[in-house]
Design a protein. Sequence first.
Length: 458
Amino acid sequence: MPTYPPEPFRIKVTESIRLIPPAEREKALKEAGYNLFSMKAEDIFIDLLTDSGTGAMSQEQWAAIMRGDESYAGARSFYRLKAAVEDIFGFKYFVPAHQGRAAENILAACLVKPGQYVPSNMHFDTTDANIRARGGRPTNLVIDEAFDPANPHPFKGNIDIAKLKAFIEKVGAANIPFGMVTVTNNAGGGQPVSMENLKAIADVYHSYKIPFFIDAARYAENSFFIKEREPGYAHKSVKEIAREMFSLADGMTMSAKKDAIVNIGGLLCTNDEKLFENVKNELILREGFPTYGGLAGRDLDAMAVGLYEGLDEAYLAYRLGQTAYLAARINEAGIPTIQPAGGHAVYLDAAAVLPHIPQSEFPGQALCVELYREGAIRGVEIGSVMFAHMDADTGQMVYPKLELLRLAIPRRTYTQSHMDYVADTLRRIKERAASIRGYKFTYAPELLRHFTAKFQPL
């Protein structure tokens, strides 16, 4: 039986959850158009839709909230956050934002022009959409091993350096306003990027004078993976590894709702003073004054504390251990997941579980619906609903190489018995998998359609 380290905390406050009966679940599914995003949270028993803003804050974070300075400009809360950001990340300039997609929006507004390309390992949904919304073309250049769920490569989030060089030569560096890498690689299974690869990425971008930005939502988890898996880093602290990682880049975007363990918040950092001035102007237009960036002072204070708590190595050992535990239990049920287990979520290979459902009928969405139907558990599809798109050059539909169901684990929230319940529910679904059918859209917007689309079972 797999195990993981005991929780390095004890529970002080609880929230009641309710398992509604099957008939009520079926009614809720129909009312939501079979989209789990559209469901009422009170109808969910275990919510693994996202790890973004859904974790449990600590007593120190709640205490920091009470110290929040709500001054419109120059609040003490901002300067406490500024000290933490400078200490951990080391960039010259930063602004807070209300969440990661706001930081991405501002960066894209400042730098992306129609027809330009932004390479990365794999852009996640809001990054992809913010680039497309500006007429840009997000491009994924992750290593081939990322598309083999069973491959045990320890750093499946790595960019293929040969592909990156060839891509830059093909489109021209002048057509690339900035390059990115996502740590960990959410769209590809929460897989980490090695320090060796990060150095190579930085070298390539900088050799072409392309600014290098890190999508840092799960930077602490990525740093812990480097400590555990990469030779030469076992003796270094996670904070030291993080500083080395960010020293390679020219800036970063971050959703603080992940590794800063807050309910709301984000960051945009840069070393470029001219860009910083433009960022501040965009921020004032879209988010708020540069010392609050769309957040209350109390949120800035909670983020300042959470940035350090997310680096705690006892917490990270538990965090990654819980994810590996759930993956192992699901594998015991005969359901394949992306290997090795990622940092924040378990990714089920929906195409392998439901091989009779073609991509055009959304196997990941079908499995997502069945998980709720069977156990009132909410996950999220990461496959053709989220990422299939019409190619701008060929006019052909492009489907992603992976059809996944992601079970994202909120931080410091669920226990081992909850994980066991999830695995046991999936075991029952596996037994009747051949009877599950696909879905079609009845409504879908052009961008980020997975959030608001409606479906009909086939």
